[in-house]
Design a protein around this ligand. Structure first.
Ligand SMILES: Cc1cc2nc3c(=O)[nH]c(=O)nc-3n(C[C@H](O)[C@H](O)[C@H](O)COP(=O)(O)O)c2cc1C
Length: 232
């Protein structure tokens, strides 16, 4: 207001130019201030959003054991695998080898072999389950992880798997980490199937992870919160 008064008193050309310059400067300053505030508030709200999105992703992931009959597209699988190998791991040794299989002949073939070993009358024979599709908890895409034995290897492979299942869930892809199939896959009977995975000498199969579009949405299993304690 003061500035406006001064310039209206003197109507010289110079003053007009000065006034214009000053108004321009003021306008610029106002714009900068405004855009900074906007930018800051955008940054803050994006950060809050990012945290919420990540926490929600971690909290809503569940192990899935019923899937649509459609393998995970390779471009999405590539992102999941890349997130996996960027997991922290002891001395960056990356003591894993990873194989991805969505070949139905492979998955159904080894499943038939697995079932042929089972007692027909066993109450938990999967054949009794009408929704049973394959021995990898019915997943259409299976990732096999082998590890090179070492002090940190199991932890490293666990973190690799953790990153993968959480990355998958960000794309709406369900998963189930499985150690149960490993014993059978290491047996003499399944040797051809394990050989097909062509893991390097010195690596041993540790787990399978099934991936696919969920055909069920299980509730979270209860967690024992008392296991967490802050120590003074
Ligand atoms: C190391 C490991 C091995 C697992 N092995 C199997 C398995 O062989 N079969 C299976 O159905 N689920 C398996 N699971 C999945 C767990 O049962 C599941 O993560 C747990 O019950 C918690 O449920 P949530 O994943 O839905 O939160 C395994 C999970 C982990 C981390």
């Amino acid at each position: 207001m003061k500035i406006y008064m001064i310039f209206t008193k003197k109507n010289s050309r110079n003053n007009m130019i000065k006034k214009a310059k000053l108004l321009c400067l003021l306008g610029l300053g106002f714009l900068m201030l405004n855009s900074c505030t906007e930018q800051n508030s955008k940054t803050i709200s994006t950060e809050i959003n990012k945290e919420q999105i990540i926490v929600e992703n971690l909290m809503t992931r569940r192990s899935v054991r019923a899937y649509k009959d459609e393998p995970v597209p390779q471009d999405i699988m590539n992102v999941i695998l890349e997130c996996g190998v960027y997991a922290p791991n002891g001395m960056n040794k990356q003591p894993w080898e990873i194989r991805v299989v969505d070949n139905k002949d492979y998955i159904n073939g080894i499943t038939d072999l697995y079932l042929s070993d089972m007692d027909e009358d066993h109450p938990r024979n999967p054949k009794k389950d009408p929704n049973f599709r394959n021995m990898f908890r019915n997943a259409p895409t299976v990732v096999f992880i082998a590890m090179e034995p070492g002090l940190c290897s199991q932890v490293d492979c666990g973190l690799l798997a953790g990153n993968m299942v959480n990355a998958a869930w960000a794309y709406g892809i369900g998963s189930c980490i499985q150690m149960a199939p490993v014993q059978f896959m290491k047996s003499e009977k399944a040797k051809d199937y394990l050989d097909k995975l062509s893991f390097s000498e010195g690596y041993e199969l540790l787990m399978a992870i099934g991936f696919g579009y969920p055909d069920e949405h299980p509730q979270a299993k209860p967690r024992i919160k008392e296991k967490i304690k802050f120590i003074d």
